[in-house]
Design a protein around this ligand. Structure first.
Ligand SMILES: *[C@@H]1O[C@H](CO)[C@@H](O)[C@H](O)[C@H]1NC(C)=O
Ligand SMILES: *[C@@H]1O[C@H](CO)[C@@H](O)[C@H](O)[C@H]1NC(C)=O
Ligand SMILES: [Zn+2]
Length: 514
């Protein structure tokens, strides 16, 4: 029993630290002093761990309270192999093997699997899947906030109100909650845009992106500033400044805007908020973000980059991290007595995978895990539902058979050279720019490559410029009120219905109207 208690404490610490390097190192001493219990060769290790997991499950009561607050975290392109590989990436950074670690959200009590296909395509893109997990209906690939009746590029269909769908942001606003969006991509990119926009093409981020001929539709940036749902969002943090001002103007960093219509949407956003009697704040860098006083700034637009925000591994001193943006958003939004709905996207996992830059993809996944951890420290788990999921998978696979704790970004055990007597990497892609042409009819020898480079493109079987998404299910992790609704296997479009039930918002069944 004594042993069990020690193990409990340590395992508990082991869970909380997950992605937090400092506490992981601080605990090293504890871990060493009880080495025997952590020795995987000791059968007691596994028994105690399993008994502890069992006991935790038996002791976890169902939380059937109303979710006052909801935070939906989205790892764009965060497939299940990405999660497993990221554990090893983090573990090795801090001198552990890594396979046994848990990402912050992997210790959530309830998990499920979501099916991601779109109405017209077998493999989802971020637009149709965003519409599914934010609005609760599935649409066609490349379309945002519109039903499957609208084909990609059908501006006429976009203009017909019968095809428009709204979801979590709208329902939360109608219930008097504050709403926020945080992303590392352009705030007009597909995932965040699915929260507020209706667009027959996800590419119509600014007016300059619209076709020159035929019907004109409202671009996504314009909908964020002027749309019913977009204009009511209280906190917007991310990149994509160029879509908000004219191609004839420069921002403070000397970047030209991208708009043809001469509008300055940042100014329009400020004026619009002022006309509604709120004092809005516009910010552009990390210092301004960290200095925000939540008591004075209740409505904030932060556009921290001209395009997407940089990868964490390439970020400069003026670029805020996903955790910093998430923390500030929670600080500001949690002042509303009616609660809040916050959408947080780790958007660059996906872009890294498309480039087959696995190192960056795993690092961005670690950043999302840190942001979830930062949120967990700030909220009351009794009244805050946290859901962590992904929009779609990718084609990266995690191959055997290396020794435990091997470099996840390196070669598989040399004992297992392929049939052509050349080594292969643990991580590889079914397609993408990492394709390496053969030399003298022999497969490329990976030992000639610098796989430690940030920009190394991992081997891909088929050469295409952008690696594709994958079609298998994505994981859903949930904690807080009604988190148990997220168990099982379901359509991705079920997610907002379950959130709405827990939070007593939206037109469907809720805990309050049942
Ligand atoms: C695997 O392939 C590399 C590159 O050709 C070679 O140097 C190495 O000796 C091979 N390993 C085995 C066990 O054959
Ligand atoms: C990686 O690529 C980016 C551009 O995609 C470049 O800015 C950066 O300098 C490269 N880093 C290294 C270490 O090569
Ligand atoms: Zn993508």
């Amino acid at each position: 029993m004594l042993n069990l208690n020690i193990a409990r404490t340590l395992l508990f610490l082991g869970c909380v630290v997950c992605s937090n390097g400092r506490s992981l190192q601080a605990n090293n001493k504890n871990l060493l002093s009880t080495r025997s219990l952590f020795d995987e060769k000791n059968k007691e290790h596994w028994k105690i761990q399993a008994q502890w997991t069992l006991r935790t499950k038996l002791e976890t009561p169902l939380n059937k309270k109303v979710a006052k607050n909801v935070i939906l975290f989205l790892g764009d392109g965060m497939s299940i192999p990405t999660l497993a590989a990221t554990r090893v990436y983090i573990g090795r950074k801090f001198g552990h093997t890594g396979e046994e670690l848990k990402l912050s959200f992997e210790s959530f009590p309830y998990t499920g699997l979501a099916k991601t296909y779109c109405v017209d395509h077998n493999v989802a893109d971020s637009a149709c899947s965003g519409t599914a997990y934010l609005s609760g209906i599935k649409g066609n690939s490349g379309t945002l906030g519109l039903s499957g009746a609208v084909k990609r590029g059908d501006c006429k269909g976009q203009k017909d109100d019968a095809n428009t769908v709204t979801g979590l942001m709208d329902w939360a606003q109608k219930a008097g909650k504050s709403t926020g969006i945080v992303t590392t991509t352009r705030v007009t990119h597909a995932s965040p845009a699915a929260a507020y926009a209706h667009s027959a093409d996800r590419k119509w981020e600014a007016d300059a992106d619209l076709p020159r001929q035929g019907l004109r539709c409202e671009d996504i940036a314009s909908q964020l500033v002027g749309g019913r749902v977009g204009s009511s969002i209280d906190v917007i943090f991310g990149g994509g400044r160029k879509n908000f001002y004219s191609r004839n103007d420069k921002d403070s960093s000397g970047n030209f805007g991208y708009r043809n219509d001469g509008r300055n949407l940042i100014r329009e956003w400020l004026l619009n908020k002022q006309s509604h009697g709120v004092a809005p704040t516009y910010i552009e860098n990390k210092r301004e973000l960290l200095n925000l006083d939540k008591r004075k700034h209740k409505t904030v637009l932060g556009l921290f980059a001209s395009d997407h925000m940089p990868y964490n591994l390439e970020a400069g001193i003026s670029d805020p991290s996903l955790s910093e943006m998430t923390q500030k958003a929670i600080e500001i939004l949690s002042q509303n007595q009616n609660g809040y709905m916050l959408f947080v996207e780790g958007g660059r996992i996906d872009t890294a995978h498309h480039e087959t830059k696995a190192r960056k993809a795993l690092d961005e996944t670690a950043e999302l895990a840190k942001a979830v951890e930062a949120a967990l420290r700030m909220v009351d788990p009794e009244n805050t539902l946290i859901v962590v999921t992904s929009d779609h998978s990718h084609t990266m696979s995690y191959s055997g058979y290396s020794k435990r704790g091997s470099d996840i970004l390196g070669l598989a055990n040399a004992k297992y050279n392929a049939s052509d007597n050349l080594p292969y990497s643990t991580l590889s892609y079914a397609n993408g720019p990492g394709y390496k042409p053969p030399t003298d009819f022999r497969r490329h020898n990976l030992m000639l490559d610098n796989m430690n480079s940030l920009n190394y493109t991992f081997p891909s079987m088929v050469p295409i410029p952008r690696e594709t998404h994958g079609g298998e299910d994505v994981a859903v992790f949930a904690k807080g009120p009604w988190a148990h609704l997220f168990t099982g296997n379901y359509e991705q479009s079920f997610i907002p219905h379950a959130i709405a039930y827990a939070a007593c918002i939206g037109p469907g069944l809720t805990k309050c109207n049942l």
